[in-house]
Design a protein around this ligand. Structure first.
Ligand code: NAD
Ligand code: ZN
Length: 345
């Protein structure tokens, strides 16, 4: 039987497996891959589905089984335990059992909060993500980290709960504002330096697929962040500090872009890479249309203080830095080197 052309995408999607044994799952990337939702639901054998969506209802196809669509809102403000409770109550009210499934549709904040609700409900129910921001497609929806915020800080409460499938529909990006494109490009730029290759000028589906393939490799090797997964934080130590120092006026990806340029400069100061490689950091980040300089008026003392507090820093100042053998976690970086690199920004 031939699939109807109106329902099936003309372009074959790219499929990447996150190889986690019994918990392995596919990530499909391409225009129209949302239409695979009923197939994925059927594969799981779910009999009922709750779709939690921050986008208009028509963005999520019929999952093919009795379902309820619960509207949600993207944003850090609703990424909290109270939303988790509300979602779990919706699941219970709809009669969702352990063998049913939840679907998320939205930005990374929505995939995070829905992922956590799915991980907790009945001690874990299947979840399929339909990420709709570039950042969520290249990063947040893949890898099984879920979390919500507390007033005391971001992402403080969460569990590891792998999705059963991720559908990165590039048509979902059609409405994304420019700033949210840049937000995602910050993560794509940093991926250049940790093994994703040079993705500048490539079609967006190719860029997403390369980042997902990189993350899939890293997660398969270190699901629970005890080693290799560090490298995904390339550019993030200064990035996090800049987000905090600007009261989150910089989007995460914008801050990571600047943090990536800084990581190049710091690796240069430490003699880990040559001048060409330092310059490459600047070129790549600028090439994605991102800022490469510290925001005007940045206070270096404050940035150093914030970087010392970064959760990756167990003792002293730690950074993931490029070097002769690729990117690696470098601990106890002298403050003088950090300040020298900041001065070159
Ligand atoms: N779990 C992980 O491994 C992981 C990794 C990276 C980031 N995250 C989390 O992801 C979150 C950031 O994700 P985000 O940047 O997607 O934030 P977000 O969910 O707030 O979305 C960003 C903005 O884009 C809008 N948006 C999303 N899709 C859209 C679309 N298709 N059209 C128009 N507007 C759209 C949203 O409404 C929002 O205003 C953070 O909370 C972060 O902690 C998690
Ligand atoms: Zn990030």
């Amino acid at each position: 039987m031939h699939p109807s052309p109106t329902e099936r995408p003309a372009v074959e999607p790219v499929g990447i497996e996150v190889a986690l044994g019994e918990r392995a799952y596919p990530v499909l990337i391409g225009p129209g891959v949302r239409h695979r939702l009923p197939d994925e639901v059927a594969r799981l054998g779910a009999r009922r589905v709750v779709v939690v969506s921050a986008r208009p209802p028509r963005w999520t196809p019929d999952p093919g089984v009795p379902h309820r669509v619960v509207p949600a809102r993207d944003g850090e403000h609703d990424k909290n335990l109270s939303t988790v409770e509300q979602l779990c109550r919706e699941f219970a009210d709809f009669g969702l059992t352990r063998s049913d499934a939840v679907v998320s549709c939205g930005g990374g904040t929505t995939t995070d909060v829905v992922g956590l609700a799915a991980g907790l409900y009945h001690r874990g129910v299947a979840v399929i993500h339909l990420p709709t921001s570039l950042l969520a497609q290249v990063d947040a929806s893949v890898g099984g980290k879920t979390a919500v915020n507390l007033p005391e800080g971001k992402n403080l409460v969460g569990v590891y709960w792998q999705p059963r499938a991720v559908l990165c529909d590039t048509e979902h990006l059609d409405t994304l504002p420019g700033r949210e494109w840049r937000n995602g490009y910050g993560e794509i730029a940093r991926a250049h330096f940790i093994g994703a290759g040079d993705l500048r000028g490539r079609p967006v589906a190719t860029q997403i697929a390369a980042c997902v393939a990189l993350k899939a490799r890293v997660v398969a090797a270190d699901e629970r962040d005890s080693g290799l997964r560090h490298i995904l934080n390339y550019g993030h130590t200064l990035g996090h500090a800049l987000e905090r120092a600007t009261d989150f006026r910089l989007r995460h990806g914008e801050a990571v872009g600047i943090g990536t340029v800084f990581a190049g400069r710091l690796a240069g100061v430490l003699g880990r890479v040559d001048a060409d490689r330092v310059a490459e950091h600047h070129e790549v980040v600028a090439g994605y249309g991102l800022d490469t300089a510290l925001p005007a008026g940045s206070d270096h003392d404050r940035l150093v203080t914030l970087m010392r507090r970064d959760k990756k820093a167990t003792a002293g100042l730690s950074f993931v830095l490029d070097g002769p053998g690729g990117a690696d976690l470098v601990t106890d970086v002298p403050e003088s080197a950090v300040r020298a690199a900041l001065a070159r920004m």
